[in-house]
Structure formats: C-alpha cells, structure tokens
Design a protein around this ligand. Structure first.
Ligand code: G6P
Ligand code: MG
Length: 221
C-alpha cells in the first residue's frame, strides 16, 4: 500500500480555487483583460507572480515596472484574503476529512503540496493543520508546479520512494508535477482537463480511500 498521500490545497481540500478565480477576475477586469474560467485553468497550481504575468500578456499595451507588478499581485492577494476571511471547517470539500482520517487510521503519512503563500492560514481556518505530517508551500520550493519539486520535497522529508506516493490535484500543472515525480496521480475534476492523471474523479466525494489504494496498487504492479 502507499506510504504517503500528498494533497494539493486549493480546489482539492477546499474550494478556495473559486476565490482565487474571483480575485484574479476582479484584477483582470480592472486591467481591461478578458478573463473566463477556461483561461483560469492555466492559472491553477501556479504561483501568484506567474499568474499575473499570464494575465498581463493578454493586454500587450500594458508594460509595467516590477514595482507596479508587485502592487497588482498584492491587490489580488488582498481581494483573495477578503474572500477567504470567513472560511471555516464547513468549507472543507465533501469526503476530504473522512479520507484524511482513514489515511491516518491506516498509519499512512499525509503531506500538503501547495503553491500558495496562504496555505498555512487556510489550513488553520479549516481546522485541519493537526492532520498534516509535513507542509510544502511556496516558501519551501525553488521551482513551482509543473516542476515536480513540490511533491518530491514532501517525499524526501520522510525518505519515502516516489513510487510509494499518491498525489491529489485539481490543476493541469499539478498533475504534470506528480507525473514527473513518478508518483501515482489522482485528478479531481473533468477528464477533459485532467486527461494526464492516472486516475480521475469528478469531485472530492469520489475520493474513496479503498478505491484509491486499489487503483494505486494496479498502477504499481
Ligand atoms: C495555488 C492556486 C493558485 C494560486 C497559487 C498562489 O497554486 O492553485 O490559483 O495562484 O496557489 O497562491 P497565493 O495564495 O500565494 O497567491
Ligand atoms: Mg489546486
């Protein structure tokens, strides 16, 4: 059986992916950049500054100094923080807490693998911090997703072989990172976006412990 589960945060543990989307949309509209859910798929899993650069690239008449870019990234983060201010345990997505408890009961380690600088705060608000044996956030890695470093850093913290790990992601960049780490990748979302994942569920209620272990075991042999 697997030795480590690595969870993405935004869009897997909680629906903050929606709040990132709304905050970027507000900023993009202020910059006269069109912004929709299709474009937003590219922003999932990647860092705040990289996301801003992708948005700015859509309006070629904008050429901004580093200082101006930092201000915009900060504005987005303020919008985001307002949106998540009142989240609590009820914002944990369906099936996640049950899954986490079953992983613990089976003596399997749990890590977080997030690109967000707000990861610790969000996990605290949800009341889930105590379940996590290790947290990888934006501060712990040099290269963000789709580079595998977020996931390999978590496995390395326990000296666990990468092929003994399961990574769970809602982002295309995240699934790519898990696959590059040679771990078993679980996608949460549409098979259309997440075709590269080893196993896909529509939403988090489809993340059933025994089925995940079964799928993982098939992949491993
Ligand atoms: C995650 C989310 C992205 C977000 C990034 C940075 O990867 O999927 O949508 O942009 O974290 O988050 P931050 O909270 O640091 O701006
Ligand atoms: Mg995500």
């Amino acid at each position: 059986s697997p030795k480590l589960f690595i969870f993405d945060l935004d869009g897997v543990i909680t629906d903050t992916a929606e709040y990132h989307y709304l905050a970027w949309k507000k900023l993009a509209e202020e910059l006269d950049v069109s912004f929709d859910r299709q474009f937003n798929e590219q922003l999932k899993g990647i860092s705040r500054m990289e996301s801003l650069e992708l948005i700015l690239a859509k309006n070629r008449s904008l050429s901004l100094s580093d200082h101006e870019k930092e201000k915009l990234a900060n504005d987005k983060n303020e919008y985001y923080k307002q949106l998540i201010e009142s989240i609590n345990g009820e914002n944990t997505l369906p099936g996640i807490e049950k899954l986490i408890k079953e992983i613990k009961e089976n003596n399997i380690k749990i890590a977080l693998g997030s690109a967000s600088k707000n990861a610790n705060m969000v996990l605290d608000k949800l009341g889930l911090t105590e379940y996590f044996d290790y947290i990888v956030d934006a501060a712990k890695v040099k290269k963000g997703k789709p580079d595998p470093e977020t996931f390999t850093t978590a496995a390395d913290a326990f000296s666990i072989h990468y092929s003994d790990c399961i990574g769970i992601e809602d982002a295309v960049a995240g699934v790519e990172a898990i696959n590059k780490a040679s771990m078993f990748s679980v996608g949460v979302g549409s098979t259309e976006h997440l075709a590269e994942a080893d196993y896909v569920v529509n939403d988090t209620s489809g993340l059933q412990f025994e089925e995940l272990v079964r799928q993982y075991s098939n992949w491993k042999k």
